[in-house]
Design a protein around this ligand. Structure first.
Ligand code: IMP
Ligand code: MG
Length: 183
């Protein structure tokens, strides 16, 4: 059990809440894909922790694969124009694909990834996102499975980072303002 990280302002979702919701999502997927096999794909790096927990709650044959992409353009918001740094190794033609995502914000990255994978003619393609941010302009991406709605704040933990830190926190929380300021 971790102590509360000194940079964390507030815990939004506890370790126990995450575990319970991920278990429910796994059960739902197990029910929906009964008798089928799945290829689950996560976009590195944030979603890797969620996917690792989710697959262990799915009682079916599940293959795991990974993609790494980089967004073009500066700023804190993604542009939606992405470059593939690492492609998946699996052939997904005629397979059931589920993309595991950590958080859906603008949805631009996910939209691009979905279109790319859909062009390879999978049998089906769906999204399981752990978090969905309640932004003023909601993402137009159909997510079959959503873990939690979260406020439009910057959050870290359970795979989510700030400057590559805090991914290993077992809970999801907000950061203290002092962390963003230059000391
Ligand atoms: P989108 O293309 O705007 O939906 O970007 C989604 C990606 O941005 C996620 O996969 C995360 O890597 C990152 N992201 C969005 N919001 C947060 C946040 O609050 N904390 C950490 N990373 C975030
Ligand atoms: Mg990500």
């Amino acid at each position: 059990m971790h102590n509360l990280h000194p940079d964390v302002e507030r815990i939004l979702i506890t370790e126990a809440q995450l575990a319970e919701r991920v278990r429910e999502m796994g059960k739902e997927i197990t029910r929906d894909y009964e008798g089928e096999q799945i290829v689950m794909i996560s976009v590195l790096r944030g979603a890797a922790i969620f996917m690792a927990d989710l697959v262990r709650e799915i009682d079916l044959n599940v293959e795991m694969d990974y993609m790494a992409i980089s967004s073009y353009g500066g700023g804190t918001r993604s542009s939606g124009v992405v470059r593939i740094l690492k492609d998946i190794d699996s052939d997904i033609k005629d397979r059931h694909v589920i993309i595991a995502e950590d958080i859906l914000d603008s949805g631009l990255t996910l939209k691009y990834t979905m279109n790319l994978l859909a062009s390879r003619n999978p049998k089906s393609i769906e999204v399981a996102t752990l978090l969905h941010k309640q932004t003023p302009t909601p993402a137009h991406v159909d997510c079959k499975y959503t873990g939690f709605m979260v406020p439009d704040e910057f959050i870290v933990g359970y795979g989510l980072d700030y400057a590559e830190r805090y991914r290993n926190l077992p809970y999801i929380g907000t950061l203290k303002e002092s962390v963003y300021k230059h000391e």
